[in-house]
Structure formats: C-alpha cells, structure tokens
Write a protein that binds this ligand. Structure first.
Ligand code: PMP
Length: 294
C-alpha cells in the first residue's frame, strides 16, 4: 500500500511535485532519528489550530537543538501554499524538520536543517469508531530521558513497537504507563475517563499534552463539565463509566474496552463522549469558517 499523498509538497522554500521530492540515503535523521514533526488536519481548506501546531513544531525543534531556518509566519505561509496548490478541502497535513546528509557525525556544524510540509488525502491510520485497548509492556520514560513535549521522531520507537504488539494480540492500540506505573497515553493519542459526569485525565508530565486534549478541556469548560487532571493507576479503571482517546488524527474516539491482563474493563456508556464528539466536530469546521488560521 502506498501513501496517498497530494500532488505538491513544500520543501525548503519551494513547492515541488510530490514524486520529485527526494532525500539522500545519508540523511542524518534517518540514521540517528531526532527529526521533529506535526500532524495537522485541514477542514474545509483551513488547518485547525495551525498556530498551536506551528508553535509546537518550533518549540520541539528548539528542544532538540534543530535551528529552524524559517520563522512562524513562513511556516504558516508554506502550509497555505500547499493547501492552495493542491486545492485542499479536507486533508491530513505533515510538517517535518530534519537534519540533512552533509555529515554522519552525531554533531556537525555542516549539517543542514530542512523543512517539509506535505499533505495526505486521509489520515495515516484510521481507527474504528470504538477502540479496544490493552496495556503495553513498554513504559513512557522519565521526562529527563526524553523531553515529552517535544514531538520528536526519537520518542516514537517504543510507540511503534507497542502498536505492533497490540495489533498482533488483536487490539486496536495500547495504553502506555509511565515509568512510575501511572496511566500515560496511547501510542498516538491522549486518554480521558468519565466518572459521575466529570472528566478525568492523566497529568501531562510524562507524555505529549496534545492539542486535541487541550481543546477537549476547553470544550468541557464551555459545557460546564469539570475536568480533573490526576495521577491514575490501573486499579482505578473499574471506577469509570466512559473512556475516550483524543488526537488530531483520531479526533475523539470512544474506547470500548481495556484489557489489563488480569481483568477486562468494558465501558458500556458513552453519553458524555458523544456530546464532546459533537462539539469537536462542529468546532473544527466553525473555527475554519470563521477564517481563523489557528
Ligand atoms: N500523544 C502522542 C504520542 C501523539 O503522537 C499524539 C499525536 N500528535 C498525541 C498524543 C495527540 O496530540 P494532538 O492532539 O496534538 O494531535
């Protein structure tokens, strides 16, 4: 299966035909990882929360010591060029910053820093409307081992392994616990629980504080729903009525069940999740209709 990318992408200041864009086999970030990226979504021709994604991209690059040769406005404009050139209405967008192929030393002043903005017709991995989760045997590292708010390819290796293992066992995805054993997140989404009409979600200390997670917290406030950010242990899972996951690509997906090995928790209710899904679906399109870039 090939990736269904759109005809044109933007790379280092130029719009080029997607099939003509090539990079070297000596690309530093291919050998040593360490690229930073964003996954964004365009709805009705506008990218939802583009300012937040662009700020996060720049912040991730700074954390990983990648001196980005483009500023906020240039990155936002590059997205707009890709949208216009491809006549995009709805698409999944990917921004990527990586080290070039000028040296295979771990560090070298000769290494270029490159920026790519590309678009796919659909999200890379559509999830079913209600997902079945299990607990990964891999854990999120201590924040001193991998800066959790930097969206870097270097953090994704054990997410990939966790996803492969979840699929092999018949699950849609895995929950990773953090290094202390608290519930952290899934491989590409944040997680929420509902109990007695309140939302409960782990504290974003050891995992990415997703833009969708923050949006859901804002929507919840507008619906007068209380949100509690807490350390959550596996033992607490039986207390919850609903569970859902959030992410730019996944949007808001109901969780059907969580297999914890010793026991399987089935969430039979999804009333509040449905309210949030409705509000989110309307927000992503109304925000774009209002003409906002972010
Ligand atoms: N956690 C991880 C590890 C992710 O890759 C993503 C997707 N970017 C998320 C959470 C959700 O983040 P966002 O809502 O910003 O897409």
């Amino acid at each position: 299966m090939t990736i269904d990318h759109l005809d044109y992408l933007w790379i280092n200041g130029k719009l080029v035909a997607s099939e003509e864009a090539k990079i070297s086999v000596l690309t530093h970030s291919l050998h040593y990882s360490g690229a930073v990226f964003e996954g964004e979504r365009a709805y009705d021709g506008k990218i939802f929360k583009l300012a937040e994604h662009t700020n996060r991209l720049i912040a991730s690059a700074q954390t990983m010591h990648l001196p980005v040769p483009y500023n906020f406005e240039q990155i936002v404009n590059a997205h707009q060029l890709v949208i216009n050139k491809n006549h995009i209405k709805d698409a999944y967008m990917r921004a990527l910053i990586w080290r070039g192929s000028e040296s295979l030393r771990l560090t070298s002043l000769e290494l270029s820093v490159n920026l790519l903005i590309t678009a796919l017709r659909s999200v890379p991995r559509p999830l079913p409307p209600s997902v079945k989760l299990h607990i990964s045997r891999w854990r999120k590292p201590h924040p001193n081992a991998a800066p959790p708010q930097a969206k870097s390819s270097s953090h994704y290796q054990m997410m990939i392994v966790s996803q492969i293992e979840a699929k092999e066992l018949g699950f849609d995805d895995a929950i990773l616990l953090d290094w202390r054993g608290f519930i952290a997140e899934c491989t590409t989404t944040n997680i929420f629980f509902v109990k007695g009409g309140q939302l409960i979600t782990p504290i974003a200390e050891t995992f990415l504080n997703g833009i969708t997670r923050q949006t859901v917290i804002e929507i919840a406030a507008s619906l007068s729903l209380v949100v509690q950010e807490q350390h959550l242990s596996l033992e607490q899972l039986t207390e919850y009525d609903e569970c859902f996951i959030t992410g730019t690509s996944a949007e808001i997906k109901t969780v059907d069940s969580i297999d914890c090995g010793a026991q399987k928790i089935i969430f039979s209710s999804n009333e509040i999740t449905h309210c949030l899904q409705k509000a989110y679906a309307s927000l992503v399109r109304s925000a774009t209709k209002a003409g906002q870039v972010a």
